[in-house]
Design a protein around this ligand. Structure first.
Ligand SMILES: NC(=O)C1=CN([C@@H]2O[C@H](COP(=O)(O)OP(=O)(O)OC[C@H]3O[C@@H](n4cnc5c(N)ncnc54)[C@H](OP(=O)(O)O)[C@@H]3O)[C@@H](O)[C@H]2O)C=CC1
Ligand SMILES: CC(=O)N[C@@H](CCC(=O)OP(=O)(O)O)C(=O)O
Length: 342
């Protein structure tokens, strides 16, 4: 295990995932932060935009992105919009030890999904083929030494952790899986929109992205099953609760479902298999994921659930966990399994 200092930059540090990365790396024993970029905020102090970060970074100032200035670093996180990440990554992959991209630019192995779900053609097929999907619970071996890591979408992390062990064990059919997620508003990023204005969030629950949400192909890729995915926005800042329904295979039972979960997550530092349904508050601010599954004999349906914090395990915490694996560090460094509750 490496003990040296990891010289690190966060590109897009002024966004919500960037701010969460700043929060986490402040407590990382190996990371030395050398740059936090945010073009529209360049010259402003980090603590002025995010007062919660002031004590950790009293003098840190956002800078403009400059690829040359990043050359030779050990680790660069990209917390940018998808198309911006796609275009920027080729400038730095190979010039730094590891690039961890939080956008969807390098997640989908089938490039034909990009025009359909993201509205652009993928222009970097070689990097797309090289990128490792950054979910350590599924791809830990491939992550070690990776030059480019593409961390999952937040809904994808929750749905995959709930479903993958059951699909892999052959306990559920791999067609017609229903994924219903509720999500906090920070999943939509920092920019104010009509959707996240207070009057549309307060005392309201809305479904969005019906039938064509861009996480559908990503969930299908990682779970290995056809899914109908419907996310719902609820009035909270952070958190995702995935509730998934599947048709049981012939030899399915409640005991086998829980057994498959426990086997799959045996030794995993951040995933706990509960004895009952998980909740978002239990994992708030932590990199933990809580999962649970059972069989409803009456309706003949499997129900499987996962709760995460969308900004931590669902984005920046998961990205830091993947970076730790990629760089040969302690996988849990800088991360907590303890939620902020009550
Ligand atoms: N929020 C979440 O829960 C999750 C988000 N993600 C993904 O992570 C990425 C970042 O998300 P999030 O932090 O929420 O987004 P924000 O909108 O909060 O932040 C976006 C960041 O990107 C910068 N930026 C915006 N446009 C450009 C551009 N054209 N070129 C360079 N920089 C740009 C902004 O800088 P500035 O405005 O200061 O110039 C800001 O720092 C996205 O791809 C998102 O899909 C993934 C998982 C979960
Ligand atoms: C509340 C909200 O809007 N959430 C976002 C998911 C955020 C995420 O995971 O981002 P990627 O785009 O990087 O996959 C959404 O559903 O589009």
């Amino acid at each position: 295990m490496r003990e040296q200092t990891i010289r690190t930059a966060i590109v897009g540090a002024s966004g919500y995932t960037g701010a969460e990365l700043l929060r986490l790396v402040a407590n990382h024993p190996n990371i030395e932060l050398v740059a936090a970029t945010g073009d529209s905020m360049a010259g402003r102090r980090v603590g002025d935009l995010y007062p919660s970060l002031h004590t950790a970074y009293p003098d840190l100032v956002f800078t403009e992105f400059d690829a040359d200035a990043l050359s030779g670093l050990d680790l660069v996180f990209l917390g940018l919009p998808h198309a911006a990440s796609m275009e920027l990554a080729p400038q730095i992959v190979g010039e730094v030890g590891c690039v961890v991209d939080l956008s969807a630019a390098y997640r989908l192995s089938d490039a034909s999904h990009y025009p359909t779900f993201y509205g652009f053609e993928h222009t970097q097929p070689e990097l797309l083929a090289e990128a490792v999907f950054g979910l350590p619970e599924l791809h830990r071996d491939l992550l070690t030494g990776a030059r480019l890591v593409a961390t999952p979408g937040c809904h994808v992390t929750a749905a995959t952790l709930a479903l993958r062990p059951l699909v892999e064990a052959g306990l559920v059919e791999n067609t017609g899986v229903i994924v219903n997620n509720v999500t906090g508003i920070t999943g939509a990023g920092r920019t104010p929109t009509e959707t996240n204005v207070f009057t549309n969030i307060d005392s309201n629950v809305v479904a969005y992205g019906l039938l064509h949400h861009r996480h559908t192909p990503e969930i299908e890729q990682e779970v290995g099953a056809q899914v109908l995915f419907t996310p719902h926005l609820v009035p909270m800042s952070r958190g995702i609760l995935a509730t998934c329904y599947a048709t049981p295979a012939a030899d399915c039972s409640a005991e086998r479902l829980v057994g498959a979960m426990r086997t799959f997550y045996d030794g995993e530092p951040f995933v706990s298999v509960l004895d009952g349904p998980p909740a978002t508050k239990s994992v708030l601010g932590s990199n933990a994921a809580h999962v649970w599954a059972t069989l409803d004999e009456r309706t003949g349906r499997v129900i499987t659930m996962c709760s995460i914090d969308n900004l931590t395990k669902g984005a920046s915490g998961g990205a830091l966990q993947a970076a730790n694996v990629a760089l040969g560090l302690d996988e849990t460094a800088g991360l907590t399994m303890v939620g902020v509750a009550p």
